[in-house]
Design a protein around this ligand. Sequence first.
Ligand code: GAP
Length: 443
Amino acid sequence: MNKIDVTMEKLVNLCKARGFVYPGSDIYGGLANSWDYGPLGVELKKNIVDAWWKRFVTSRGDMVGIDAALVMNPKVWEASGHVATFTDPLVECKTCHERYRADQIDLNAACQKCGNKGTFTDPAAFNMMLKTWLGPKEDASAVAYFRPETAQAMFVDFPHVLQSSRKRVPFGIAQVGKAFRNEITPGNFIFRTREFNLMEFEYFIHPSDWEKYFEYWLGEMKAWLTFLGVADDKLVFHEIEDGERAHYSKRTVDIEYHYPFGLKELYGLAYRTDFDLKLHMESSGKDLRYTDPKTNEKYLPHVIEPAFGVDRSVLVTLLEAYCEEEAPTSEEGESATRVVLKLPKSLAPYKVAVLPLSKKDELSSVALKLADDLRTTFTTDYDETQSIGKRYRRQDEIGTPYCVTVDFETLTDNAVTIRDRDTMEQVRIPLTELKAWFAEKLK
Ligand code: GAP
């Protein structure tokens, strides 16, 4: 069995054909770099987000969640520094007016679009905040911004959360949701888009503990990536140097991944100090300090921030799961090469597929009833079209861990055949034991 490195073209085609991710607004010619999650993509994404929430929020006593408004008071973004400094360096080709991020191209090379050399403008700071106007007037008083990160709500809501949850430092506030950035050069499928999903938390600590918690959360981020199925040798932990970090960070480690299009950022871990709470305290005039109930020390907590892109999580999970294998035995005359998504079972969109061996009523009625019953506990697909071999391959391509075949013997022995996605081994299990068998295998 060989695992080959998947190309983006193969992955994008599979995602479109099987309903993971489609080009957005496609019937109108699309909208550049916008993508829609289809029926399987939405399940995979939701499974990833739910697993993250369970792991980092509900299964921990030191974490709570919020779900804040996407558009916040513009004063939040003035105080946080985003209005002034959330910029990328923009250059434009003087000949064809194509725009680039200055830090992503060789400014001495030819323009990638028109081929002319030495024609770039000097880099200018381009603000990535996506602006809008609230209400009927489109004037300066109505300007608002779609949030470029979810983090600020965790700082702004800090006193409410502290008071209502009665948590004590150290503790974290987590959020999952959309963020918007007017990226100069979006691209590479769902890697960089102008509208994306973030899972992040702010972990509030005593300033003297920051090194300990930075290392701790780095370890937890690594463990999460192992859970997603990401191989260690695909990752690089990049310590960001002074002068290269975001305006708010005193230490940043970017977790980078070897994508088919190069080594690029997957997640980030930042030590934001008390940068944000301090600015919001000054700007709002509200006291955001924390009083330690044991020592009575009054201080602004510092913050460690692990930030996980949801769409990049989906992308690396798919890239790591994609396999093209030489099947040892060809099933029902199918080709000897099979494409299989070896997704972690808990993340697979469908856990089970029920496949009657024939479309005859006597089998399909049993199979349909079985699928409905399984569906109450496990996400279950049903397929009765084409040969059983083709149906196995279809389920392999979408990562379904188990296929259940209902055959004529089922009518007499009340048992079904289960085929394992990864080993292709088959076992016969009585119908009465089926749910317990899956519960054990899928836990
Ligand atoms: N609050 C910290 C923060 O937002 P960031 O490094 O700018 O940090 C966090 O973004 C994560 O969001 C990145 O590590 C990446 O996974 C994801 N991300 C950032 N920009 C993105 C974009 N344009 N499209 C998709 N994901 C993006």
